[in-house]
Design a protein around this ligand. Structure first.
Ligand code: IPM
Ligand code: MG
Length: 360
């Protein structure tokens, strides 16, 4: 089959990790007889350098014409990069938020899984990591604090900054349905995470999630406050199947969940709208400190490419093959620096990409 894939290398380590993920996709094409036409798109700092803004209409329109988009990472070093001399709405991150909103990518799936092979890299106590874990964070991505009205002003000579956290029942309902749908294909458990003991938006969140749950009698629903969830993730991560949560909580909890898998370099993500289209990116950032040094772990991006195959192109067998190739590489003892442990073979970004592509 022929598919159109948009590619956003982005900033920092973005170009190198995307290059490695493309090797894997090319291996999939060769093995299964598909043909991908890649179109490179500018976003974030890379777009600022060329167009002066982090996101253009051209990028949005071209992305819309693709079956899916694979992205690296966005952003630079806030202390040294000239991008951060620009006003906040012109900085690299604004481009990422802008494309999420423009393409209505409200459902952000972030799976966190502990590979047996990476148990040594897991920072949790042995008795906790022994139970393993396999969870999926369903993060709402186009609402809440990220997109509410904000302003900074001076009131009676005092600087005041305001961000607004708002959710409509429509927004909550559609992301809740996504969480329940995916739970039906997993272990049929949804833990909805909120701060309903304090926030109105969380109280509405809880009510609407309860209403949606009635349509899914087979799924066991529980609720958890976000502070407790942050603790449970390191105390007993095995309890979680699908975690459903709003934008900001999901941002924070997904970094935590990724780190307990051994490294933030392992966590993939898919951002989906109501159609088959999706934007696929690692959950981690652009790590400008190690950019261009062949040190970055490309696995999160390669696993994001597997999600692209699965969710946007319905190529389940191909996605399984990519995930198996990653596992095989780990089983054979290959590690990038971030997941390195004794007795393993340390490799760079490029070699890791080569060896995973070769195992597809
Ligand atoms: C993420 C990132 C982004 C976010 C930043 C770069 C704006 O941290 O995808 O988790 O907060 O959503
Ligand atoms: Mg984040």
């Amino acid at each position: 089959m022929d598919y159109r894939i948009g590619v956003i290398p982005g900033d920092g380590i973005g170009p190198e990790i995307v290059r490695e993920a493309r090797k894997t996709l090319d291996a999939v094409c060769a093995k299964y007889g598909h043909h991908f036409t890649y179109t490179e798109l500018l976003l974030g700092g890379a777009s600022i350098d060329v167009h002066g803004v982090p996101l253009t209409e051209g990028t949005i329109e071209t992305a819309k014409g693709c079956d899916a988009v694979l992205m690296g990472s966005i952003g630079g070093d806030a202390k040294t990069s000239p991008w951060y001399q620009l006003p906040p709405d012109k900085r690299p991150e604004a481009g990422l938020l802008g494309i999420r909103k423009a393409l209505n990518l409200f459902a952000n799936l972030r799976p966190a899984y502990l590979y047996d092979e990476l148990r040594a890299a897991c920072p949790l106590r042995d008795d906790i990591s022994a139970a393993g874990f396999d969870m999926l964070i369903m993060r709402e991505l186009t609402g809440g604090l990220y997109f509410g009205a904000r302003r900074t002003e001076e009131v009676d000579g005092v600087r005041v900054a305001t961000d607004t956290l708002s959710y409509s029942e429509t927004e909550i309902c559609r992301i809740a349905k996504r969480a329940f749908d995916i739970a039906m294909k997993r272990r049929k458990k949804v833990c909805s995470v909120d701060k309903a003991n304090v926030l109105d938006s969380s109280r509405l969140w809880r009510q609407v999630v309860e209403e949606v749950a009635k349509e899914y009698p087979e799924v066991a629903l529980s609720h958890m406050y976000v502070d407790n969830c942050a603790m449970q993730l390191v105390m007993n991560p095995a309890q979680f199947d699908v975690i459903l949560t709003e934008n900001m909580f999901g941002d924070i909890l997904s970094d935590e969940a990724s780190m307990v898998t051994g490294s933030i370099g392992m966590l993939s993500s898919a951002s989906l709208n109501e159609t088959k289209f999706g934007l696929y990116e690692p959950s981690h950032g652009s790590a400008p400190d190690i950019a261009g040094q062949d040190k970055a772990n490309p696995i999160a991006t390669i696993l994001s490419a597997a999600m692209l195959l699965r969710y946007s192109l319905d190529l389940d067998e191909e996605a399984d093959a990519v995930e198996a190739a990653v596992r095989q590489g780990l089983k054979e003892g290959y590690r990038t620096g971030d997941i390195m442990s004794e007795g393993c073979t340390q490799v760079g970004t490029c070699e890791m990409g080569d060896l995973i592509a070769a195992r597809v």
